[in-house]
Design a binder for this molecule. Structure first.
Ligand code: AMP
Ligand code: ZN
Length: 475
């Protein structure tokens, strides 16, 4: 549609500034987004991350780029193993349930599918190869517990993403858990030697019997599908440290090349000022909300409509307002179907041009969705004024509808509008005459009129609520 633009700017966590986006290969974008850890149903905080990534991808596509998007499924880590053990079922069975649920949820939220959804358990050989390279190059070592750790002191750029300082690192201090805080920056586990808590979750490999650490999974899977250097890597801000810091350390030490050019991180969804998280118990899953009859598209709109780098406090009032906003857009589309005014003398075309320019300029500026939506709703208001005055012609209405649909390719909230059926004038008269005949109990005439209507493609039905009509579907 549009030629790839060079004017898109993103805030890059790596440099802490907005930068003009230039992909490695012109016209193509390779992006990796950290996917769900399938140990439970994802909560709407997680979906804030996935929806921001969906918006990013849709915007790049709107701007004419071909995007290759990879989202991993973390189906083996500390949390999934703990969950499967608690339910006393095999890990695979446990994670399959939550993986399927995740795919159902993203469909409900109208999130466009990624090109690849690699599962960690299907990529153990790639992880082993990467760890072996790191051992060979002196960045990794086997410790006395038989696990393999990454020596963060060896990687001189350790901390470049999260800006942590590691001067105070205690000699020999190591961390084996997947998640830890900045204060605990230590040598971290690449390969975890089997312990009885792992039960039957292990792989027999040249590194010994064990399982991968979480961080190596994303380095191995992203490079497997996107190459050693790719354009964009996303995740929530909680992923900056340690997860993404460790991904950089692993990947760049192994390849000697820059891993990712642009790092984009979304801020958190909060509840009463606190991050929505499983561990705080302050979360809603999408399922919780759908059971209470909330519209998934209103949830989509709510989570999208705040700039991704601003925190967003979840409230039910906010959700109501989002529903109303979506309804406004849909009503506007319905109104356009009826428009048959005398024409605005170029006003509509000017409004479309202005709205298109404002929307695009805002989105190019690090996905400034609030300004973009502001321009869109101003546009809707102004065209509504022209509609009220009967000044929007059929062809102008079509132009506006086409524009709205293009924007909806980015927002994904309006969807396909059913074409409203319009009764031909002739049929209106025949239906009226048939009603008269029925009132006069002239059944023969009523039937003849029904047949006549049928001939012009109108089906009438007598129901307790009165006469209903529909148009015969055209093939
Ligand atoms: P997880 O399944 O925990 O690996 O998280 C999946 C994604 O959701 C990651 O990108 C996280 O950074 C992100 N995330 C987790 N909690 C929140 C939250 N409250 N708000 C926004 N993003 C979040
Ligand atoms: Zn990841």
């Amino acid at each position: 549609m549009n030629a790839p633009a060079t004017s898109i700017r993103f805030f890059n966590t790596l440099t802490r500034r907005k930068e003009t986006f230039t992909p490695i290969e012109p016209g193509k974008v390779r992006m990796y987004t950290c996917g769900p850890t399938v140990y439970d149903y994802a909560h709407i905080g997680n979906f804030r991350a996935f929806l921001f990534e969906d918006l990013l991808k849709r915007w790049l596509e709107y701007r004419g780029y071909t995007v290759t998007h990879v989202m991993n499924i973390t189906d083996v880590d500390d949390k999934t193993i703990r969950g499967a053990k608690k339910q006393q079922i095999p890990l695979e069975q446990y994670t399959a349930h939550y993986t399927n649920a995740f795919f159902e949820d993203i469909k409900a939220l109208n999130i466009k599918p990624a090109n690849h959804y690699p599962k960690a358990t299907n990529h153990i050989p790639e992880m082993i190869a990467l760890i072996e390279t790191l051992i060979q190059k002196g960045y990794a070592y086997k410790a006395s517990d038989n696990s393999v750790y990454y020596a963060i002191k060896k990687f001189k750029n350790y901390g470049k993403l999260s800006h942590i300082k590691i001067q105070t690192l205690k000699k020999g201090a190591r961390v084996k858990t997947d998640e830890y805080d900045k204060e605990e920056a230590q040598d971290f586990a690449l390969w975890k030697a089997w312990t009885p808590e792992d039960g039957d979750v292990f792989w027999e490999t040249p590194l010994g019997k064990g399982r991968p650490g979480w961080h190596i999974e994303c380095s191995a899977m992203s490079m497997r599908y996107l190459g050693e250097t790719f354009d964009i890597h996303c995740g929530g801000v909680d992923n900056i440290f340690p997860h993404h810091e460790n991904e950089i350390a692993q990947s760049e030490a192994a390849t000697g090349k820059k891993f990712v050019n642009y790092w984009l991180h979304n801020e958190h969804l909060l509840v009463d000022g606190k991050k929505m998280a499983k561990k705080f118990g302050n979360f809603y899953t999408l399922r919780d909300l759908l059971k209470r009859d909330f519209d998934p598209i209103a949830i989509r709109f709510l989570l999208l409509s705040t700039h991704y780098r601003a925190q967003l406090n979840f409230t039910f009032e906010g959700l109501d307002a989002a529903r109303a906003a979506v309804e406004r857009l849909r009503n506007f589309m319905r109104r356009l179907q009826d428009a048959d005014g005398k024409g605005s003398g170029g006003k509509v075309a000017a409004l479309v041009r202005e709205a298109q320019a404002c929307f695009s300029e805002a989105m190019d500026d690090d996905l400034n969705i609030s300004v973009a939506l502001g321009a869109l709703f101003d546009f809707v208001r102004e065209v509504n004024v022209l509609l009220d005055a009967g000044l929007v012609s059929r062809s102008e209405a079509n132009e506006v509808a086409g524009f709205m649909q293009r924007l909806d390719g980015v927002l994904g909230v309006v969807g396909k509008m059913e074409k409203k059926e319009v009764l031909p004038k002739e049929a209106e008269e025949l239906i009226g005459a048939r009603e008269e005949a029925r009132k006069a109990r002239d059944w023969a005439r009523a039937d003849a009129l029904r047949l006549k209507l049928r001939e012009i493609g109108v089906i009438v039905e007598d129901t307790p609520q009165g006469v209903k009509w529909s148009l015969e579907k055209k093939r």
